[in-house]
Ligand binder design. Structure first.
Ligand code: ATP
Ligand code: GNG
Length: 213
C-alpha cells in the first residue's frame, strides 16, 4: 500500500505523454526505475497495422485505432486489477486519452463516430492517471528522435502529420487541465532537457515530480 504521506494524497498513477518520439518510453522507464514503481509499457513491435497505416493512413486508420484501443483497454484492466485497486503506484508510457487524440486526427465521419462511441463505452468507467508528465517537443526534435530510433516504418512519416499531432496534444492537455483540475500536469521541455545524456536534467524532472507525490 502507498502510505508514505503525512497528508494523504492519492496513490500515484503516472502517465508520461507527448507526441511521437518525444521520449515517453525512455522517461517512463527511467522514472519507474528511480521510484521503483511497476512500468506499464506500450506494445509496438507486435502491432500488425502500423506499417500498413503509415503507407496509407486513410485505408488503415480504423483497424489501427481499434487495435490500439483494445490493447490498451486490456492493459489498463490488468493494471487496475494488479496495482491501482490494491493501492499500488504505477507509471505508464501512455494515457488512455491518447487513443482519442489520435483517432480525431486519423478518422473522419461515420468511422470516427463509431470509434467515439466504442472509446467511451470501454474507457469511461476506468480509473485515469492522477499525474501526467507531458513532454513538450517541437517538430525538429521529434524528427531527430524518430530518425535516431530508426524504426523503418516511421522514417517517411509526413512532417505535416507530426505538426498537427503536436497541436492536438497541446489542445488535449489544455482540455484535461480545465476538465480535471485534480489531475497534476507536469510539463517538461523536451527540446532543452536531455534526460538521456544529462543526468542532472533527469534529476530536475524527478524533483519536479516528487513535489506532487
Ligand atoms: N530527452 C531526450 N534527449 C535525447 N534523446 C532522447 C530523449 N528522449 C528520448 N530520446 C531518444 O529518442 C528516441 C525516441 O524515444 P522514445 O522511444 O522514448 O519516444 P516515445 O515518445 O516513447 O515514442 P513513441 O511515440 O513512438 O512511442 C529514442 O532513440 C530515445 O533514446
Ligand atoms: N494512429 C495512431 N493511434 C494511436 O493511438 C497510436 N499510438 C501510438 N501510435 C504510433 C506512434 C508511433 O509511430 C508508434 C509507437 O508509439 O505508434 C499511434 N498511432
Amino acid at each position: 500500500m502507498w502510505e508514505d504521506h503525512e497528508v494523504k494524497k492519492p496513490c500515484p498513477f503516472i502517465a508520461v505523454e507527448g507526441a511521437i518520439g518525444a521520449g515517453k518510453t525512455t522517461l517512463a522507464t527511467m522514472l519507474a526505475e528511480r521510484f521503483n514503481f511497476p512500468l506499464l509499457k506500450e506494445i509496438v513491435e507486435e502491432n500488425p497495422f502500423l506499417d500498413k497505416f503509415y503507407q496509407n493512413i486513410e485505408e488503415w486508420a480504423f483497424q489501427l485505432e481499434m487495435f490500439f484501443l483494445c490493447n490498451r483497454y486490456k492493459q489498463l484492466e490488468d493494471t487496475v486489477k494488479n496495482y491501482v485497486s490494491r493501492g499500488m503506484p504505477v507509471v505508464s508510457d501512455y494515457h488512455i486519452y491518447k487513443n482519442w487524440i489520435f483517432a480525431q486526427r486519423t478518422l473522419q465521419g461515420n468511422k470516427r463516430e463509431k470509434y467515439r462511441q466504442i472509446y467511451h463505452l470501454l474507457t469511461d468507467d476506468l480509473p485515469k492517471p492522477n499525474v501526467i508528465v507531458y513532454i513538450q517537443a517541437e517538430l525538429a526534435t521529434l524528427l531527430k528522435r524518430i530518425e535516431k530510433r530508426g524504426r523503418s516504418f516511421e522514417q517517411d512519416i509526413d512532417p505535416g502529420y507530426l505538426e498537427r499531432l503536436i497541436e492536438d496534444y497541446e489542445t488535449a492537455i489544455t482540455q484535461i487541465k480545465a476538465r480535471e483540475p485534480e489531475t497534476v500536469v507536469i510539463t517538461i521541455d523536451g527540446n532543452t532537457l536531455d534526460f538521456v545524456e544529462h543526468p542532472e536534467h533527469f534529476e530536475q524532472i524527478v524533483a519536479q515530480i516528487k513535489e506532487h507525490l
